[in-house]
Design a protein around this ligand. Sequence first.
Ligand code: MG
Length: 218
Amino acid sequence: MVSRKLTGTNQEFPIGKIVCLARNYAEHARELGNETPAAPVLFMKPASAVIGDGDTVRIPPYSQECHYEVELAVLIGKPCRAVAAEQALECVAGYGVAIDMTLRDVQNQLKAKGLPWEIAKGFDSSCPLSDFVPAVQVLDPHQLKLTLAVNGEVRQDGCTADMIHRLPQIIAHISAIFTLEPGDVILTGTPAGVGPVAAGDVMQAAIEGVGRMTIPVG
Ligand code: MG
């Protein structure tokens, strides 16, 4: 079972479900030609998709276009069901760095047919995920710089201030649909600058004050 540490504590969380937002940064929604949604667009990745710092993303043979998406990851620390936005941040144990690896060609084919996205989003190694820093150490989760570089060249350089839906609303919305449990993770969407990687590339994802990961592509 895959688990993640809360750094500086003796707490370790087995990872549960990973609930992800799509199109939560306006500029990114535009770069893919999508409308900015009124309600959060959600999908999930299984825990089996998680890999760690230094592990390799393996692009499945059914795709020719695998994109990186750096995202702020939120670790849920206590059970939470239909929580009010005002209390939602009390459920957060910590913050981490994730890359939402996406088979863009496969996703576009599925979208065109109105089919679900799981095989484009939830394949093995599609969720590089760091350990988490305790929430109390992050003064404002909506003022964090996120970057992703490929082979040393910065491709994404965003700020969580630009999220359309913010954490209290996101957690309230998700928890009214899916009960959130300790070890569940929310991926909060990606800023602009997404693009492809190929075997031999190395990604470096970082969120200021939260963490960083180096992830090769195989
Ligand atoms: Mg994403």
